[in-house]
Design a protein around this ligand. Sequence first.
Ligand SMILES: Cc1cc2nc3c(=O)[nH]c(=O)nc-3n(C[C@H](O)[C@H](O)[C@H](O)COP(=O)(O)OP(=O)(O)OC[C@H]3O[C@@H](n4cnc5c(N)ncnc54)[C@H](O)[C@@H]3O)c2cc1C
Length: 390
Amino acid sequence: MAEYDIAIVGGGLTGAALAGLLKARGKSVVHFAPVMEKDFRTSALMMPTVEFLQDSGLCPDPDALGYPLRQIRIIDATNRLLRGPEALFDSREAGHEQFGYNFPNADLLPRFQAFADDQPGEITKVEARVGLIDRQDDGVFVITDAHQNEHRARLLVGADGKKSMVRQQFSFEFDEEQFAQSALVCDFEFERSIGDCSIEFHYENGPFTLVPAHNNKINLVWLDQHKVLNEALALSDEKFEKLLEDKANHLFGHAKLLTKRFVFPLSNLHMRVAGKDGVVLVGEAAHAFPPIGAQGLNLGLRDVESLIEAIDEVSPQKQPLTRADADRVSALYAAKRTPDLIKTGGFVDGLFKSLLSDFLPAQLLRLSGLWALKSVSPLRKLAFKIGMGR
Ligand SMILES: Cc1cc2nc3c(=O)[nH]c(=O)nc-3n(C[C@H](O)[C@H](O)[C@H](O)COP(=O)(O)OP(=O)(O)OC[C@H]3O[C@@H](n4cnc5c(N)ncnc54)[C@H](O)[C@@H]3O)c2cc1C
C-alpha cells in the first residue's frame, strides 16, 4: 500500500486549491475528491484573497473570471421604529481600485483543478468518498475509500465541508447553531444596471443582497426564514420576478430571472483549534456562518494559505514530510488560525444577530453603528479593514 505525505479529504474550492499548491511543493498527495454537482453560487473574494490567488498562481487573471466590486450600498428596508441611514462605501476610500471580485464558483473550481494539473510532481486523485479513517500505532492514517481501497498518509487534511467526517472522527471541539433562516440564490437581471455596486437591503429577517456580475447579471443572496423562502421557491417565474422588484424597492425597473432558484440552510460553526496530532481542518470543515459580509471562502482560502506557510516552515520543499513533521505542522497551523477564526467568526456572528434583533437596545446599537460608519472616518477605515479580512 502506497504511503503519502498528505491526504486531503474533499474536492471543493479549498481542497482543490490546496492540492495544487502541495503538488507544486513536491509533496506526495492523495486527494479524495468525489465529483460534485455544479455549484451555482458565486463568491465575493476581497482583495487580500485575490492577491493570494494571483501570487500563488491559482488565479493570475482575476479580471477574466471575476467581476470587480467597487462599491457597497446598505439600505435599511425594515419597518422598525429605528431605521439606519443609507450608507455607501467606496473602495477608493480604502485606497483600492476595488474591494474585490465576484467569482462564479463553477468557474473557480476548474481553474484550481487546472492549476493542479499544470504543476510538476504527482498527485493521486481518488474520485470516491472516504468511508473510514483508522489511526495506526505509529500514527499513520489508513484511509479507506468507498471502493474499499486503502491509502496511508502522515498528515490528514479535512476539507470535507460543513458536515466534515474528519472533524467528527478526530473529536475536534466546536459549537454549532442552526438558524431559522436560509439563503436563496439565483441569477437575474434588472432593466437598469446596478453598476459595480453590491447593494444590501436590510430586512427584519436578513439582508436581500444584489451582487453585480458580468453582462449586467445580478447574483441574488437573499436571507430569510425557511418558510418565506420555500414559498418564494414555489412561485411562478413571473410572480418571483415581481417579488424581486418589490424587495428592491422598484429602484431598477423590471426583473428577468435567468436561472433556477436554490436554497441553502444556514448555520454557525465555530472552533478555536483547527489542527492537532497530525490532523488539520480547512474551509467549512473548520468554520461556517451565514453569507453576510462575504467571509466564508475568504476565510477558507486564508486557511489554505496558512497551511502552506506551516508546511513550508516545517518541511523543506521536495522532501518527504515525516510523522513528527505532521504533528508540528498541525500545531503550527492551529496557532496561526486561532486569532483569525475568533475574529472573523465574532464579526459575522455579531453582524448577523444585530441585523435580526428586535431588541430595542440592539437596534439602537446597530443604528448608532451605521451612523458612525457613515460619518466617522477612523471607524469606516476599521470596518474596511475587518471586512477585507485584515
Ligand atoms: C449562499 C451562499 C453564498 C456564499 N457567498 C460567499 C461569498 O460571497 N464569499 C465568500 O467568501 N464565501 C461565500 N460563501 C461561503 C462559501 O461558499 C464556502 O465557504 C465554500 O464554498 C466552502 O468550500 P469548502 O471547500 O470548504 O467546502 P465544500 O464546498 O462544502 O466542499 C467540501 C467537499 O468535501 C466533499 N466531501 C464531504 N465528505 C467527504 C468524504 N467523506 N470523502 C470525500 N469527500 C467528501 C464534498 O463532496 C465536497 O466536495 C457562501 C455560502 C453560501 C451558502
